[in-house]
Ligand binder design. Structure first.
Ligand code: DQA
Length: 142
């Protein structure tokens, strides 16, 4: 089974982007960590990043079309703005797990609303790179 891991805007900058909030791991580091665990779980990781909202939507449609087991989605700032992502998650049968490195509820008011979280199966946030690994554990058990 394949797990899609989709990352939104500015997450290509992980490692150097506000490390006091997001940690020093790069997206490649996180991909490596997920692949190691996925091997043990007999799963395949398909990890992608885009700064463009529509790519995330196309990739979720694709996840459903190829029969992916789940999508782990860190929609980054689109989390707090995108009704299109919300509708997409509702529109596919593939379970989507919302992931964040930081805990948006401890941060600015504008991060407290998640259009993604209101459609997702569940949310894991606040554990840095470990959030992704915990989300993979959840996905494996769905
Ligand atoms: C984030 C949290 C979002 O509020 C923010 O816009 C991001 C990253 C996280 O992983 O902590 O870009 O999704």
């Amino acid at each position: 089974d394949t797990i899609y891991v989709l990352n939104g805007p500015n997450l290509n900058l992980l490692g150097t982007r506000e490390p006091e909030i997001y940690g020093s791991d790069t997206l490649d580091d996180i991909a490596g960590m997920l692949e190691d665990r996925a091997r043990e779980l007999d799963l395949t990781i398909d990890m992608r990043q885009s700064n463009h909202e529509g790519h995330l939507i196309d990739w979720m449609h694709e996840a459903q079309a190829v029969g992916a087991k789940a999508v782990l989605l860190n929609a980054a700032a689109f989390t707090h703005s995108s009704i299109a992502l919300h509708d997409c998650i509702k529109g596919i049968r593939t379970p989507v797990i919302e992931v964040h490195l930081s805990n948006p509820h401890r941060r600015e008011e504008f991060r407290h609303l998640s259009y993604v979280g209101r459609a997702a199966k569940g949310t894991i946030a606040g554990f840095g790179a470990l959030s992704y690994l915990l989300a993979l554990e959840a996905a494996a058990r769905l």
